[in-house]
Design a protein around this ligand. Structure first.
Ligand code: PHE
Length: 358
């Protein structure tokens, strides 16, 4: 065999072996080291190249080209294998990261006790809000949502509280650093949605407006700085206080059942006249007086009253023709009372032992 035939035969053998090794690399690490070994400077291929110098010009050229072609084929093979392994790795990662959301439900509702994550569910406050909406929808109300950031006009002024009105101190307000100083705030109640609704839709209307509210307040058993209210507004011709009392009665029966004692107590709000507060018997002490109700035996659910004509006038609704009533109840308190919690803060502690009970 001539020297060139010898080299050609060796090249074929080296390529065959190298191709097999590259195609068989089990993972990206193995592929990288096979590449270095088979195509690198110390490879059999490189050693073969250095032997070409001893050949004549024409043979050297021909074999040099063959060698380069073999190297190119092997490099291409390595690339294909690399792409394949890369894709497989990605796939394996995805598979690993996948959350099996069916697992917990298959394991049963108390799987969390054994340290297995349980399927999530809606928070008590959210479920209460949904239920309240259902009750009012059943009574013919629509459901409307407002925004949590409001201007002073919607939260106070249009509700019959001009700037510096003393009643504003009933709501400790958190202001946003936007626009005029103290011009934009986090709504302290859902009543501003009444104003939006009167402005955009106008009477006759009958709607509830649930949502989150904010007050600069130190949380205690009956107060949270971030809490939820459900506002109600009915405006039509000939609406009177009896309509308000009847609606509140039907609602409290639907939500609490027949046994719960409730009362409407005279009160004051700048945007209703007359105004009342809705109380229910404290579920913790049954009315005897305890820490939860501060010894009064009653828990306040929120305010209500006949819409003050000034509110209607502020948005251009004819207060001679239209009358209405409004209410604003605390959703968290409604949830707390029916679940028999003695402290509102339990709703935001995220203690799973409690969340699993309520
Ligand atoms: N917005 C009042 C509050 O948060 C409650 C209320 C609503 C009172 C509607 C009367 C009418 O205290």
């Amino acid at each position: 065999m001539s020297a060139s035939e010898d080299i050609r035969a060796e090249l074929a053998a080296i390529e065959a072996l190298a191709a097999e090794a590259l195609a068989g690399a089990a993972d990206l690490g193995a592929l990288r080291s096979a590449e270095a070994e088979l195509l690198g400077r110390r490879s059999a291929l490189a050693a073969l190249g250095s032997r070409l110098g001893a050949l004549g010009e024409a043979e050297r050229r021909q074999l040099g080209a063959d060698l380069n072609a073999a190297r190119a084929r092997l490099a291409e093979l390595a690339r294909t294998r690399s792409d394949l392994l890369e894709a497989a790795r990605r796939e394996a990662r995805l598979e690993e990261d996948r959350l099996d959301l069916t697992e917990a439900s298959l394991l049963g509702p108390r799987a969390w006790v054994r340290g297995v994550p349980e399927r999530g569910r809606l928070h008590l406050v959210t479920r209460t809000r949904d239920e309240l909406e259902d009750i009012f929808v059943g009574m013919g109300f629509g459901v409307v949502e407002g925004t949590e950031a409001e201007t002073d006009w919607y939260n106070f002024e249009a509700l019959n509280m001009p700037p510096a009105h003393p009643a504003r101190s009933m709501w400790d307000t958190l202001y946003l650093d936007l626009g005029e100083p103290e011009g934009v705030l986090l709504r302290t109640h859902t009543s501003p949605v009444q104003v939006h609704l009167l402005e955009t839709v106008g009477p006759p209307l009958r709607a509830v407006m649930p949502g989150r509210c904010y007050r600069k307040e130190t949380p205690d058993a009956r107060h949270l700085a971030v809490f939820h209210q459900i506002e109600g507004l009915v405006v039509d011709e000939g609406i009177g206080f009896a309509d308000l009392a009847g609606t509140v009665e039907v609602f409290t029966r639907a939500y609490f059942g027949q046994e719960m004692l409730t009362r409407l107590r005279p009160s004051f709000f700048p945007f209703t006249e007359p105004s009342a507060e809705l109380d229910v018997t404290c579920p913790v002490c049954g009315g005897a007086g305890c820490r939860t109700c501060s010894g009064s035996g009653w828990i306040e659910l929120g305010g209500a009253g006949m819409v003050d004509p000034n509110v209607l006038d502020a948005v251009g609704v004819d207060s001679e023709r239209w009358t209405g009533f409004a209410f604003g109840f605390g959703i968290d308190r409604l949830a707390m009372i029916r679940a028999g919690l003695d402290d509102l803060r339990a709703l935001t502690d995220n203690d799973l032992r409690l969340l699993h009970q309520v």
